[in-house]
Design a protein around this ligand. Sequence first.
Ligand SMILES: C[S@@+](CC[C@H](N)C(=O)[O-])C[C@H]1O[C@@H](n2cnc3c(N)ncnc32)[C@H](O)[C@@H]1O
Length: 366
Amino acid sequence: MIFSMESYRESFPAEIIFTSSDASLFKYFAYVSGENQELARAELESLLNLFPCDVETRWLNRVVILESHISPIEFLLERSALIQKAGVVLIEYNSNQWSKDMTPSDGWENYLTAGDEFAVRTLCIEGATNSTRERDRIEWDLGASIKNRTNARVNLKNPAKEILVILGPENILICESQNSKLRHLLRQREPGKKMFFHPSMMNSTLSRVMCNLAGVMPDDIVLDPFCGGGGILCEASYIGARPIGCDLNWKMLTGAKRNLDQIKGEYSLIQADAQNIPVQSVDCIVTDPPYGRASSTRGGESIELVSTLMSTASSILTSRGEHLCICGSSEMGLLEIAQKQGLAVGKHLRIRVHSGLVRELVTIVI
Ligand SMILES: C[S@@+](CC[C@H](N)C(=O)[O-])C[C@H]1O[C@@H](n2cnc3c(N)ncnc32)[C@H](O)[C@@H]1O
């Protein structure tokens, strides 16, 4: 059963009561971006922790097979910055069972009707040995078979529905697939396209991933104590959370205001020093402190700021768990700072921005 994002909070509790039998497990898939697979896997894992139903996962390179009583697809596509496409597994074959002449033709009427525009595409997982010719043939044959069965129209450029054949070394999955709409929206709201821009602003994709890693949910109060022009605050707001931003710099705060005013939603901006945060309780903290690359102390000051934040976070965060996510330059040594304070690190990831800059990202379990 598929829920709309607006209703998932209300709908799930009722659903969980009725999903106790393995007999009703359904298979889904998601295909993640190849830029940083470790980050994509971490994001998906965090999102599934927010999903109110157990989901089994099995990774096949960039494809993850998900087994669940309730479809996680709408939730994942709404939330994930790194999932490129996702959907329902309709038919699964063992690769040995699959013959080149096989074109499953039953049941398509449930998914496509006359006039629908569709395309069949193939996706090869590492280890699969299908040649380009074979893939073309699968696309052609399955497309023709579905068209005959349903009278739907083939549209390879801009199909409303996509049938994706995932070719793996052991299995072949025929799936109904949807492309991520969020990734297109994230590109439209990159810092350079916002009302206010500053080079120090966090890009929208990483801001969204960080919010996901910190488990931000709609209505949550999310703090960025070094909010700058509000890259992270904006993504928290798009999720439906209520962001609070602190910054020393007034110009940055007025910039963040201009950016946040483009999104409907509550927010607060405070001119304050992050070493003395004037906020008592929040649900999540998501932030990237100043990296201090250009400073004569070679990042020493930034380390102080992060240390202070890590040591005060537990008194500000209202619930226990992995709700603090910090991104810094690899020179800062976020992992070491956390370990020195005896804090439990949930995730520790490295992100190559360009040859000279590697970012480091940690989540802290409070
Ligand atoms: C890397 S930028 C933050 C980018 C921002 N998180 C975003 O999402 O776009 C760091 C910001 O920290 C601010 N800052 C530096 N020292 C600070 C302090 N002690 N307290 C609060 N803000 C500070 C700077 O003014 C700068 O705007």
